[in-house]
Write a protein that binds this ligand. Structure first.
Ligand code: ATP
Length: 211
């Protein structure tokens, strides 16, 4: 069955690193990929742009294609959104369809700090995306928990609803939202690090520019 993959993040702002890896992951897994903007990430400082602004940027970025879609359910909830709860809700909606949580290697290495992280495998697979410039040193506890779950066969992901970990080798792009926020705050114009749609309306990037 065609998997449904979820790519969560703050998307503050969405950049070409996010889009390119989500696109390639979608091709590698033959999956539908939904970008899932987070409301108040439990382990991160608040985003610079508001939830509404981040969604406007995502909509502008995703225009003109249909492989990548947007899922705003976490923003519609009050309070922090735990990935486990979101995946459990999606599991109830999709029945036996494979679910894949896509994580950059940096996020995967920090899995231990996530709410109910060991139970994530009951509801989804995890697709780990390589990310350059990240020293993704895997904590032994996480490695022990995932060792027996590893597969390199997308067919295995398609054949069962949850429980596996697959490394997805995508074109490395060393782009981060932190760097883009710094460039914008310094009055620079990181035009080709951002999707073209973000330049259609000057208000979209206004939250990051200093007056
Ligand atoms: P920030 O710099 O604000 O921390 P970010 O660029 O890491 O932001 P997030 O929204 O935090 O972006 O990332 C969401 C997901 O995208 C995470 O799983 C992260 O690992 C992944 N990701 C972001 N940029 C890249 C990239 N260039 N290559 C691969 N994965 C990426």
């Amino acid at each position: 069955m065609r998997p449904l993959a979820l790519f969560g993040g703050t998307f503050d702002p969405i950049h070409i690193g996010h889009l390119s890896v989500a696109w390639e992951a979608s091709e590698l897994l033959d999956a539908e990929v939904r970008l899932l903007p987070a409301n108040v990430p439990p382990h991160r400082p608040s985003p610079t742009a508001t939830a509404v602004q981040r969604v406007e940027m995502l909509r502008a970025a995703l225009r003109g294609q249909s492989r990548l879609t947007l899922d705003t359910r976490e923003l519609e909830r009050n309070g922090p959104s735990y990935t486990f709860d979101t995946l459990a809700e999606l599991r109830r909606e999709v029945g036996e369809r494979p679910l894949v949580l896509l994580l950059g290697a940096d996020a995967f290495a920090g899995l231990r700090s996530w709410h109910r992280w060991r139970e994530l495998f009951d509801v989804a697979h995890i697709g780990v995306i390589n990310r350059p410039g990240i020293d993704a040193c895997m904590p032994a506890e996480v490695e022990r928990a995932v060792a027996a779950r590893r597969t390199d066969d997308p067919g295995v992901i398609r054949s069962q609803p949850a429980g596996k970990v697959i490394e997805l080798v995508v074109t490395p792009l060393e782009v981060s939202a932190t760097r883009i926020r710094e460039l914008l705050a310094a009055g620079r114009d990181p035009r080709y690090l951002l999707p073209a749609g973000l330049f259609d309306d000057p208000m979209l990037l206004a939250p990051y520019r200093t007056a």
